[in-house]
Write a protein that binds this ligand. Sequence first.
Ligand SMILES: NC(=O)c1ccc[n+]([C@@H]2O[C@H](COP(=O)([O-])OP(=O)(O)OC[C@H]3O[C@@H](n4cnc5c(N)ncnc54)[C@H](OP(=O)(O)O)[C@@H]3O)[C@@H](O)[C@H]2O)c1
Length: 304
Amino acid sequence: MSITLPDELKFIQNGLSPQKESKTSLHNKVCVITGTTSGIGYVTSHRLALYGAHLVMIVRNREKGEKVRNEIIEKYHTKCDLLIADFSRFEDVHSVAKEINSTYKKIDILILNAGTFLQRKTFTNIGIEASFHINHLSPFLLISLLREKLIASSPSRVLTINSEGHRFSTLHIDDLGWKKHLYTGLKGYGAAKTAQLLTMQKFAIGFEGTGVTINSMHPGEVKSNIGNENSLLYRLYSKYLLSLFLKNPEISAKAIHYLVADEEVSGVSGKFFNLTIEEKPAKHATDPILMEKVWNKSIELTHL
Ligand SMILES: NC(=O)c1ccc[n+]([C@@H]2O[C@H](COP(=O)([O-])OP(=O)(O)OC[C@H]3O[C@@H](n4cnc5c(N)ncnc54)[C@H](OP(=O)(O)O)[C@@H]3O)[C@@H](O)[C@H]2O)c1
């Protein structure tokens, strides 16, 4: 007997369904990807290099980044460049965007993967709640600063690594500092991912007719270092309990490769995927009024 789940719960079924895979070559494709020093970004950078991509990796830790770059060059003999940016600092995002715009003739693929899960309410040095700043505002700023280059490089694809976690919290646009609402790690994370999902859809409208596509995806529930910036208790819980239920991030890398390269996805834009399956986001993450508000707020906060 097959059960039809309501839209809100289809993500459970989709996560368990067979996924698509691509063998598309990435030879001569310039692929900018953030957060390749661990977890999903690390495994994805290996997969993209295996398929021939010229990687431009943006990481916050130079030492870790150089280790990954050396591994990739040695293993795949592909081009692999390293840029340094901490996504809690807009000045770093400006600096890497400037370098990319002046160094590379084109960007074929842009993957916004770097992200964090913060159990405790934390603020960046300019007073923005850190999960919102790192998971949403900095990727928003980077896409905006690379917009013209992406258009000049078209057909090109942008993919934001979002999360089913967006379903667990809406966005309090007038309380981004969580003064009036109780902050929890899940709520802060969910709000930031909701903001990213809403603005992705608005970016897609702006890219219409340019040959640039933009989509978001949930990369599965996989083993990574996410949450490692939290308390010892959380890290122990994550390492010894949570990780028992998590999959290998290779499934995320395969899905990302499919979404950024496969012919089947060419021309598809403004969509959310659970791994490789297109899915309806939560209702609050498609709300046109909230979309407009978060877009304007993101422009204001990033001083675009
Ligand atoms: N794992 C999952 O099950 C899961 C599920 C849904 C969505 N996601 C999303 O997948 C993406 C990758 O996460 P992951 O699970 O692979 O976690 P991860 O292993 O912790 O990797 C996160 C990457 O982001 C980088 N990063 C963190 N904060 C940064 C900052 N302030 N500036 C620049 N880079 C920063 C990390 O750098 P360092 O190495 O220097 O820390 C690392 O390279 C995230 O967007 C996450 O929200 C993951």
